[in-house]
Design a protein around this ligand. Structure first.
Ligand code: C5P
Length: 217
């Protein structure tokens, strides 16, 4: 119906900053709170979608949202890949760590005078989905940048074979990571970039899910 345009659609949303283990009690992560992804999951659910929220965040979720907790990028890749086949859309709102410790210590590391850690590159989840998506699947990614926002976002749209990139400036304190509001620019293949002025993340979600409804077949 008009009110539930995403009925019978399966939408995967990822959220939060992944945690990359160093030892049993330590990890590296980033400033992502998961608020944007969680808001998107709730909005997609309101439009009738079957939502699978794959979240590395500690935020609470309403109990009507199916939530799969994950920690690392590797775990997120496995979980998203398992759910991808019959999904109609994936929204990669998670801030996936670019690197992970090359080795994970089995025991808590002892204090030393200095410490050097070595990292390897994490898999790019969005890119791997872009390589295997079917024509009727939509892929949405984020571009968090502190400079040249639109140029980098356009590059991501192409490099990752995404259908929509939501670009946000994370160099300002009042929007983006870890706050309740966001200002974004939506870039797609078919139309000119659309800027959504500063507003709550749930109001930003309305615009993003509107795009999904319009572009879903
Ligand atoms: O390349 P960059 O990290 O800037 O791209 C951001 C987009 O790609 C986000 O949608 C993010 O969820 C996704 N991403 C990913 N796997 C990575 C890094 C980013 O899926 N390893």
């Amino acid at each position: 119906s008009e009110k539930l345009p995403l009925r019978n659609k399966k939408i995967i949303v990822t959220a939060g900053g992944t945690k990359e283990r160093i030892d049993p009690v330590r990890y590296i992560t980033n400033d992502s709170s998961g608020k944007m992804g969680h808001a998107l999951a709730v909005e997609a659910w309101k439009r009738g979608a079957e939502v699978v929220l794959i979240s590395a965040s500690q935020l609470a979720t309403p109990d009507y949202i199916t939530r799969v907790p994950v920690e690392s990028a590797e775990e997120m890749l496995r979980t998203v890949t398992d759910e991808f086949d019959d999904a109609d859309a994936v929204i990669m709102a998670a801030a996936v760590s670019d690197y992970t410790p090359a080795t994970v210590e089995k025991q808590k590391m002892k204090k030393k005078d200095s410490l050097t850690l070595s990292f390897r590159k994490n898999p790019d989840i969005l890119k791997s989905l872009g390589e295997k998506k079917k024509p009727d699947q939509l892929l949405i990614g984020f571009a968090a940048e502190t400079e040249d926002l639109i140029r980098y976002a356009e590059k991501k749209l192409n490099d990752k074979n995404a259908d929509l990139i939501i670009a946000n400036d994370v160099g300002k304190k009042d929007r983006g990571f870890n706050v309740d509001e966001n200002e974004v620019t939506m870039l797609s293949r078919k139309s000119e970039p659309v800027t959504i002025s500063l507003r709550s993340k749930s109001d930003v979600s309305v615009e993003v899910i509107d795009w999904l409804v319009t572009n879903m077949n």
